[in-house]
Write a new protein. Sequence first.
Length: 222
Amino acid sequence: VVAPVVTIDGPGGAGKGTISRLVAARLGWHLLDSGALYRLTALAAVKHEVPLDDEPALADVAASLDVAFLAEGAATTVLLEGQDATNAIRTEQVGDAASRVAALPAVRQALLQRQRDFRQAPGLVADGRDMGTVVFTDAPLKIFLTASAEERARRRHLQLREAGVDASLSSLLKEIQARDARDMQRSVAPLKPAIDAIVLDTTRLTIPEVVDRLTELLTERG
Ligand code: C5P
């Protein structure tokens, strides 16, 4: 018997991370933050001085990635080779490197089974770009979360401000647009809704509204 999985795909800043964490907590299900795996691959590559365009070497980095996700209540600590990498993987530089590394087919292939291994009872909430289109194509519920680029830049700006980081709104918007373009135009696993995905635009919705809507959809689908 395979455990159920809800896939939550969409562009960066649409609220996937927060929403996925809250939905998983409400259901008592496991959580897969697939973006963190790409970020960790990028960080490990930088650490081991592997060039970000050396596809075979990067695939090796991805395949031998030594990571652990430690859930402590609502927060998750991420370890890379036994060291805390929770904050290090969240920088704009690592996000940018992750998006480059994620465009390489051999890297995506190397991370495929590792992602599928997260599917365990009682269920999984899988957050990413290709959860519904590639990794969990048989998921009973697929969600595609979007929001306008301007709104996503505004949210990211707020988030950074709360973390004490002063970034300009216009440069954040440019970065978001560049990353969207790269994620949507790449030849492997481009960012797009699965044909059977429910598209939810969160531009004018609050976080609790989105969580409630997803919980409703899950109940409807049994
Ligand atoms: O979601 P997050 O911003 O952490 O993802 C970092 C990068 O990893 C994204 O820009 C995207 O290029 C890549 N990614 C991906 N497939 C996923 C998750 C993330 O290509 N399933």
